[in-house]
Write a protein that binds this ligand. Structure first.
Ligand SMILES: *Cc1c(COP(=O)(O)O)cnc(C)c1O
Length: 411
């Protein structure tokens, strides 16, 4: 891994071309060929992200007293999120570096709630549907919490089975809105009932849905209640850098009350550096991530988001109609931007590999093996290209055995 730092600095203009050269092997997301990792809301939004990020890239959200600008923008961003997700008057939240940060901090608050408020001693556990994001396992690993992943019913969380798995040592139960592997919204209403009946902490992971579902509902879809509207929901995660179309490094974590959020905040003074209060895992908090999220949200507004999210849904519907014509089965009934589909006569990994030959970088669901797409507004313009390439790929691999040992890894 060692590489000596150049003895003398290089010319920036030349370096820019070196960087462009490094990027030639990257996924071609600006052409709409990537349906994972990047949320492409078009060049106008990309420009706003960049300019707004640059304006505050040196400022630090760790210092709200030094940078009241960032504090104000963060409060407004959190306020937008809470109003979209039916936060009650006492609800609050903060911006974080991403979904994993938001989830980790919600788990930390729930863990402290179990220990300090409910007085739970001994081992702790967390009850998740099998489709929940691995960020919960990462947080559980850090905090030595046992994870109980419960089998799904029809690709959705099974509230009865989760009820049976929860006990007095359960710090949190989780529902996703939607889950990453299937793009389906778990039965959050039933999980909320369970949480109220048993006094359990219900976290709704709306990392990939929190900033699309409200607008898809406004556009007329029958999205069931999934947020603070349900009284059993104590915390939520919603990523700005996904369907909020913010620059990367931005998410939100919300709590039903300031009392619950207080369990997350780290307030420390027993060192020579003086008192420091940090709400999230981070110390230094990049100002640009906050300013870019603020700018994009204000540039889009409700009308802009409704339009962009309408394009996402249109892309998903066009692709679902097309893949059904090719003989694929869509898993469940997706309503937002993610869809997964399998073909009875074609191996998904083999299809993925063929599509990759044509420049597509998409993802896979493994149970059952399926192609998986996380769509962006820009995809509405390339659905025909995708479907044509998929038809070609299907012709190539149909009826053939799955390639031996083939596995797609993301890192
Ligand atoms: C993306 C995602 C996360 C994790 O977010 P990161 O920003 O990648 O850390 C958590 N849950 C769901 C459902 C997600 O889609």
């Amino acid at each position: 891994m060692r590489k000596p730092l150049p003895q003398t600095g290089a010319d920036w203009t030349e370096l820019k071309s070196v960087m462009a050269d490094y990027a030639t092997g990257d996924a071609r997301w600006r052409e709409g060929k990537t349906a994972v990792y990047v949320f492409n809301a078009g060049p106008e939004i990309e420009r706003v992200q960049k300019e707004a990020y640059a304006l505050f890239q040196s400022e630090n959200g760790l210092g709200p007293a030094a940078f009241p600008s960032l504090k104000r923008m963060e409060e407004e961003v959190v306020g937008f999120g809470l109003s979209l997700l039916h936060g009650p008057e006492e609800a609050c939240g903060v911006t974080t570096s991403g979904g994993t940060d938001s989830i980790t901090m919600a788990v930390k608050a729930a863990r402290d709630h179990a220990r300090k408020v409910r007085g739970v001693a001994g081992p702790l556990n967390m009850v998740l549907p099998r489709s929940a994001h691995l960020a919960f396992d990462k947080a559980a690993a850090l905090m030595e919490i046992e994870v109980r992943r419960i089998p799904l019913a029809g690709y959705l969380a099974d509230p009865a089975a989760m009820a049976a798995a929860a006990d007095d040592h359960t710090v949190m139960i989780v529902g996703s809105a939607p889950s990453f592997p299937y793009g389906l919204i778990d039965p959050i209403g039933a999980l909320s009932d369970l949480a109220l009946a048993r006094d359990l902490w219900l976290h709704v992971d709306a990392c990939v849905g929190g900033y699309i579902a409200p607008f898809v509902r406004m556009n007329g879809a029958d999205i069931p209640p999934f947020d603070f509207e349900l009284p059993g929901v104590r915390s939520m995660s919603a990523d700005l850098h996904k369907y909020g179309y913010a620059a990367k490094g931005a998410s939100t974590v919300f709590f039903r009350s300031a009392e619950l959020m207080k369990l997350m905040t780290f307030d420390f003074r027993d060192w020579p550096g003086g008192r420091m209060i940090t709400p999230t895992l981070a110390g230094t908090r990049p100002g640009g991530a906050i300013s870019a999220a603020w700018a994009v949200m204000n540039v889009l507004g409700v009308a802009g988001y409704r339009e962009k999210q309408g394009q996402v849904v249109a892309a998903r519907e066009a692709i679902e109609a097309g893949v059904r014509k090719l003989g694929f089965e869509v898993l469940g009934r997706p309503q937002l931007g993610i869809t997964a589909f399998a073909h009875p006569e074609a191996d998904a990994v083999a299809l993925w590999t063929k599509l990759h030959e044509r420049g597509w970088f998409t993802s896979l669901t493994t149970e059952p093996k399926s192609l998986h797409l996380m769509l962006s507004p820009f995809h509405a313009t390339v659905t025909d290209v995708y479907l044509a390439d998929l038809a070609w790929a299907l012709g190539e691999v149909r009826g053939k055995a799955a390639p031996a040992g083939a596995e797609v890894r993301y890192s």
